[in-house]
Ligand binder design. Sequence first.
Ligand code: PGA
Length: 252
Amino acid sequence: MRKNIVAGNWKMNTTVPEGVQLAKDVCMAVAQTPGIKCQVILGVPFTHLTAVNQVIDKNYVMLAAENCADHDKGAYTGEVSAAMVASTGADFVILGHSERRGYYNETIDMLKTKVDLALEAGLKVIFCCGESLDERKAGTHFEVIKNEIVGSLFHLSADQMANVVIAYEPIWAIGTGETATSDQAQEIHAFIRSLLCEKYGQQVADDTTILYGGSCKPGNAPELFAKSDIDGGLIGGASLKCADFMGIVTAF
Ligand code: PGA
């Protein structure tokens, strides 16, 4: 059966010393809080991976990168390959975040390649999808999400899907303070699970963790996580303060 997960996505925040301190604080808080019902993951900038890996205890906290390259090696100045990410000790990589798609023109095809390279390197993937406000207003949100998932993930085998977590992040809710209602989120999560069921069967659908992301906070996490198809959260802003993040980690 699928795991609950709460993953932080620090984005482009914290210096290395600040990040190391935050990771230490979160790891200690998780270790000292009995009865936590989810896997905690910290998604951190490339520059922080090695240092953070040295200060966390994997019994409590796992490590994610926020991106990797769409090539395996070579003359791509400034890029970081999936194998490089894996060599830091990272367990996961976040792929397809709407900020990457929007600001850095990441396409469905490019993300398909990144997913393959990440899995080949032994990383697990947190794959983000979600619609813009215009797409929701136009009623095309189901189609948008389906295209993102089918186009970048559905070439994978059922065995490979065991290493993929899906994060539904409506773009209009990211960093805006406006959260999808728990019913809106549940509707999309159930839709995503139905896509998985059609393609891979009930077992894979039941075993795949589907996270919600977008202004998730300690105040709204319990209601979101109580929904049957919402298995946790991908947390941006609220992952930058240990107390806020822990308020979400303990929301189950
Ligand atoms: P937010 O970001 O929690 O700050 O809205 C979520 C995300 O982008 O993963």
